[in-house]
Design a protein around this ligand. Structure first.
Ligand code: NAP
Length: 248
């Protein structure tokens, strides 16, 4: 198994891509703490996963990702339970489609607070132990919009460009301390986030994808497994597109 006895935290692990990532990590032997926005959502996901993986080491936590003290307290609890955090997957995110002239400061902040500040807070809270052990993997969830932008909802692509910059910069800073930092940039992936998008918008997009299908959460989870594992031990600072597209 690729992640035997590794301790992983997956934010946004209660649904969609994060949930599939938790499943994939458990299949590879990891112990996983999943984060949700509310404790009841985390508990519900843990209960469902316990049915599928009765012997799994699983925790459900719900820190406020935009608040460093809350994240640190929750991550300390994971470290106390299982020892150091080996793998952090920053996956929780919200998208947006507000037209630029309709934006409020609050709407803009809501996206940036979770998608950027949340990533910073979690990496900051996880990295002290990783630095002390000279070992660790931090993975971030970017998006294909970090390559091509998107019309409408400008906070969302802005946040994902920031995630790519954070990934590259942190990889350069923490590489000498034994920590790898990478991102995965999913294309349109069938989760609650994209189910809100009307079919007549999705169909023409699928026609432009060389592999002619939407992404499944498992497609993204498999990339996280690879990047978290020692198979990727010489890869850092990359944003790996997993989107069925063919481009440079
Ligand atoms: P999703 O199905 O909507 O799930 C979102 C996850 O994030 C849930 O676990 C949710 O927890 C958690 N979350 C939402 N708001 C939160 C908050 N304020 N605090 C803490 N957790 C919060 O999303 P998804 O499609 O799997 O997306 C996961 C990641 O992939 C995001 O970063 C997204 O930007 C990125 N992505 C998705 C797509 C796509 O097409 N789906 C494409 C590119 C990139 P609760 O269950 O508690 O609400």
């Amino acid at each position: 198994m690729l992640l035997q006895n590794k301790v992983a935290i997956v934010t946004g692990g209660s649904r969609g891509i994060g949930y599939a990532t938790v499943q994939a990590f458990l299949r590879q032997g990891a112990r996983v703490a999943l984060c949700a926005s509310r404790q009841e959502n985390a508990d519900k996901a843990v209960a469902a996963l316990k049915e599928e993986f009765p012997d799994a080491d699983l925790l459900g936590i719900a820190p406020d990702l935009a608040d460093y003290a809350s994240v640190k307290a929750a991550f300390d609890k994971v470290e106390k339970t299982w020892g150091g955090i080996d793998i952090l997957v920053n996956n929780a995110g919200v998208s947006d489609s507000t037209p630029f002239t309709a934006y409020t400061e609050e709407a803009f902040d809501r996206v940036l607070d979770l998608n950027v500040k949340g990533v910073y807070n979690c990496a900051r809270a996880a990295c002290d132990g990783m630095i002390a052990r000279h070992s660790g993997v931090i993975l971030n969830t970017s998006s294909m919009v970090s390559i091509c932008g998107q019309p409408g909802g400008v906070a969302y692509p802005t946040s994902k460009f920031a995630v790519n910059g954070f990934t590259l910069s942190l990889a350069r800073e923490l590489g000498p301390q034994g920590i790898r930092v990478n991102a995965v940039a999913p294309g349109i992936t069938e989760t609650d986030m994209m189910r809100a998008v009307p079919k007549d918008v999705i169909e023409p997009l699928v026609a432009q994808i060389p592999l002619r299908r939407l992404g499944q959460p498992e497609d993204i989870a498999n990339a996280f497994v690879f990047l978290a594992s020692d198979l990727a031990s010489y890869i850092t600072g990359v944003t790996l597109s997993v989107d069925g597209m063919a481009r440079t």
